[in-house]
Ligand binder design. Structure first.
Ligand SMILES: [Zn+2]
Length: 173
């Protein structure tokens, strides 16, 4: 589903995302604090091989760390969404039209990468197992290894180190 937001809707969404990022960062900071305190307790207060030691270590590993990682992912996803609102349209006379941009965005990601698969090794970084997902319906991509993603234009920009304009020109030919 594509969101067609009005300018007011966009503003509301931006405020919401900024607020989510702010609050999540606060929460992340407090979790980091608890991890530090707990680690300090482990290091100084309790003898190894005691139930308390085991419990504190498990608390870090199974409770705090997953929370921390979840928050970090969420913040990245919010920032990613926010960036898509901030994207500037190229000004008139820059060489590409809205029609060309739309056409470029429609070039299937799979055809750019020469694959029919939806989960492949990332073309943007070296990896041994596939963490690059292609969302064929939306024609977007996401690398779970790097937590970055985008559309066809952004992919070509990153892959070939091209500017937005050059990527659009190349794709819309
Ligand atoms: Zn990657």
């Amino acid at each position: 589903m594509k969101l067609n937001l009005t300018p007011t809707g966009k503003k509301t969404m931006k405020n919401y995302l900024n607020n989510e990022i702010f609050c999540s960062n606060e929460e992340l900071e407090s979790i980091n604090g608890v991890i530090r305190d707990t680690q300090f307790f482990i290091d100084t207060q309790c003898a190894r091989e005691t139930p308390m030691h085991w419990w504190k270590e498990s608390y870090i590993e199974f409770i705090l760390t997953p929370k921390k990682e979840g928050l970090e992912k969420y913040i990245k996803a919010c920032e990613f969404k926010l960036a898509s609102f901030k994207k500037q349209k190229p000004s008139v006379g820059s060489g590409v039209s809205d029609v060309e941009i739309a056409r470029a965005k429609e070039v299937p990601i799979g055809s750019i990468l020469g694959t029919n698969k939806t989960m492949i090794k990332c073309p943007l970084h070296n990896e041994t197992s596939a963490s690059f997902k292609i969302y064929t319906k939306k024609n977007r991509w996401w690398c779970f290894g790097e937590n970055v993603g985008g559309d066809a234009i952004e992919l070509l920009c990153k892959m070939n180190n091209l500017s937005f304009i050059d990527a659009v020109k190349k794709l819309s030919k």
